[in-house]
Design a protein around this ligand. Structure first.
Ligand code: NVA
Length: 313
């Protein structure tokens, strides 16, 4: 059974296929045939959501399926019901499971017991659906991915930073993380990403200088300084030099675009004139969640039926 639990669950060729399918689905929302796509999909949330819930619900409906939205607190996953039992039950009702939760290990336990494709809708460690949406957005703007320079500045130890490293390396990007000491990515993830980059022609670099990270790059991305589940107290001051301001973006390439997975805190990690300005691609990025997630669900559903998605372009 194939799952999408972290960005590097897709090989470079598979990621490319998923992005091509997403681009096709964006042009024609009903063009996933000849692949069936999953019908009933359980979509579970243990953390707040806007884009993820709405984009999965709309996307599953467009595939001809039904999104069963489950509030994790109501079900009591990991408390009233063990993760493994939840997986066994939902796996008998749904053709796929999508879960936003805290621990990556819980998501892995869900996948190990569900018997159906299981998708990461954000954990503390990774946010791979968001990175696919970002990659689709970059592909639309630049017509390619491999070889582009992609800078992420801010909290380098969070789910977005880790997913940019893995998913960006898979796409052959030159991924640069600019983050303060103490908030740099997990070295094990950097190592994993570097190994992927060595195969794809990309590269990964971590620096504590926001200026060095963005210099000359085609994409500047950031994220909240306080992720869901974290306490804001005392966290934010260290990130101030990493704010995406017009001055910082001026150091990027002439045609650079700016990404933010949202929700955004204007005046903190990103200036209002940047996110609301001409370089911002954040609304395309938010829309693209739906298209890439449909492609992921179709790809995994096909794999579960022993089919390989090919010939998409
Ligand atoms: N790092 C953020 C991403 C939100 C989509 C969080 O986990 O809250």
């Amino acid at each position: 059974m194939r799952h999408f639990l972290a960005d590097d669950d897709f090989s470079p060729a598979e990621q490319d296929t998923v992005l091509a399918l997403a681009a096709r689905l964006k042009k024609d929302p009903y063009s996933h045939q000849p692949y069936a796509g999953p019908r009933s999909v359980a979509v579970l949330f243990d953390k707040p959501t806007l884009r993820t819930q709405s984009s999965f619900a709309a996307g599953i409906a467009e595939l001809g399926g039904y999104p069963m939205i489950v509030d994790g607190r109501l079900a009591g996953i990991g408390d009233r019901e063990s993760v493994a039992d939840t997986a066994r039950v939902l796996g008998r009702q749904a053709a796929a499971i999508v879960w936003r939760t805290f621990a990556q290990s819980a998501l892995t336990e869900m996948a190990d017991n569900s018997g159906v494709p299981t998708v990461n809708a954000l954990t503390d460690s990774y946010h791979p659906c968001q990175i696919l949406a970002d990659l689709l957005t970059v592909r639309e703007r630049f017509g390619r991915l491999a070889g582009l320079r992609f800078a992420y500045v801010g909290d380098g130890a969070n789910n977005m930073a880790h997913s940019y490293l893995l998913g960006g390396a898979t796409a052959g990007l030159h991924v640069r993380i600019g983050a303060p000491d103490g908030f740099q990515p997990d070295p094990a993830v950097v190592e994993r990403a570097a190994a992927i980059a060595a195969r794809t022609g990309g590269s990964v670099a971590v620096t504590s200088s926001a200026h060095d990270a963005v210099a000359g790059c085609e994409v500047v991305a950031t994220d909240t300084w306080v992720s869901m589940g974290q306490q804001s107290t005392g966290r934010e001051a260290v990130f101030v030099p990493y704010a995406v301001t017009a001055d910082l973006v001026a150091r990027a390439g002439r045609d650079a675009i700016v990404l933010h997975c949202l929700p955004a805190y204007r005046g903190k990690e990103i200036a209002a004139d940047v996110i609301d300005g001409p370089r911002s691609a954040v609304w395309d990025e938010a829309e693209n969640r739906r298209h890439v997630q449909k492609a992921v669900l179709v790809f995994l559903d096909a794999a579960a039926r022993g089919e390989v998605v090919t010939g998409v372009d």
